[in-house]
Design a protein around this ligand. Structure first.
Ligand SMILES: Cc1cc2nc3c(=O)[nH]c(=O)nc-3n(C[C@H](O)[C@H](O)[C@H](O)COP(=O)(O)O)c2cc1C
Length: 331
């Protein structure tokens, strides 16, 4: 695709708040991020985020061990970049995993926290601790008007409005990116909104800005880059996949999509036959089967991608992807 520069922007609230060159974030993706990918995004001028099980091939039930593994990945990231990057913080019910991770990222002086969680969690104390430590808060949870207003009041620096077009766990509201972004932009008072879901080329970036977003938040596009640890056969499969090909099925809490695999075909069949969400969730097998499908490239797992997979035609370096998507921004 030939890219002509249109909107020329130098900096905006997102680049200023996060201390980055371009208003683009690589979102956390369970198993699929590591120091190499995150540093590549940050070195390219965006913000990389270490997601759950970053750099790992096994899971541990221990909160302490989970935290120490993340500390190691943070240190590896620092060896590869001196630019800002982020770490995901999932706020859980009993804070068993959240608290050790919070203590550690404060100790390690990580510049940005991408806070995740469902309504009703203790965001207030988490935000207070992060703010006191000078860590910027980007929040991405269920994209509702009420959540956006509450999270802004609690002191988040940025709210991510995620549309149903996204990869990963789909939002319950089932509202597409085109509709959710302006709704959230109109709901907050003073903080900038980033758009997530289905953005894989510059047309998506321009649309997001036209809708009032001040930055873009991507997952799927970064999975098919040279630096990503996605299995090679999955990267290649992504190039041949169109949004129309994807399987979608109910699960907990809402829905999931997959590039067709043996497992996703079985899930679609179970869904059609009226299985409960609990049964589907059990069969889906959570992160374990995402790792199997996407890191190991095994079709007994599933392959989560967003609808923007249609526009990914080449495996490129992270730098090439960022430069293409951010062609309207001048250094
Ligand atoms: C394979 C995959 C795994 C993901 N895992 C997580 C996760 O563990 N935590 C999270 O907050 N978001 C997760 N996401 C969502 C991304 O951070 C991001 O919001 C989303 O990918 C944006 O939509 P896009 O894929 O259409 O660009 C995941 C997305 C994908 C594709």
């Amino acid at each position: 695709m030939k890219i002509e520069r249109r909107i020329i922007m130098k900096e905006n609230r997102i680049t200023k708040i996060l201390g980055i060159k371009y208003p683009i974030i690589q979102g956390p993706m369970a198993w699929l991020t590591d120091a190499k990918l995150v540093a590549a995004v940050s070195n390219a001028g965006g913000l990389g985020i270490l997601g759950p099980s970053a750099g790992q091939t096994t899971m541990t039930p221990s909160p302490q061990e989970t935290m120490e593994r993340m500390r190691e990945e943070i240190r590896k990231t620092r060896e590869l970049t001196d630019k800002p990057f982020g770490v995901v913080i999932i706020v859980d019910v009993d804070m068993k995993f959240t608290n050790p991770l919070l203590d550690m990222i404060i100790e390690e002086k990580v510049p940005v926290a991408l806070v995740n969680g469902v309504a009703g969690m203790d965001f207030e104390s988490t935000f207070k601790r992060l703010k006191n430590a000078g860590i910027k808060i980007v929040f991405r949870g269920e994209p509702t008007v009420e959540n956006a207003r509450t999270i802004e009041k609690l002191g988040a620096d940025v709210f991510v409005a995620t549309g149903f077009d996204e990869g990963g766990m789909l939002p319950g509201g089932q509202i597409g990116t085109f509709s959710i972004v302006p709704l959230i932009v109109d709901s907050v008072k003073n903080i900038p909104v980033m758009a997530a879901g289905g953005i894989s080329d510059i047309r998506g970036v321009r649309a997001a800005f036209a809708l009032g977003a001040e930055g873009v938040f991507l997952g799927t596009r970064f999975l098919a880059t040279e630096e990503a640890r996605t299995a090679q056969n999955v990267k290649e499969l992504m190039l041949k996949t169109n949004a129309e090909d994807l399987h979608i099925f109910r699960t907990l809490p809402h829905f999931y999509r997959s590039i067709p695999t043996k497992l996703s075909a079985e899930l679609v069949e179970m869904d059609k036959n009226g299985a409960t969400r609990e049964e589907l969730f059990l069969k889906q097998g959570g992160g374990k089967n995402m790792k199997l499908g996407m890191l190991d490239g095994d079709e007994n797992g599933y392959i989560s991608v967003g609808l923007g997979v249609s526009f990914i035609k080449e495996i490129k370096s992270v730098k090439e992807v960022v430069n293409e998507l951010m062609a309207d921004f001048i250094d």
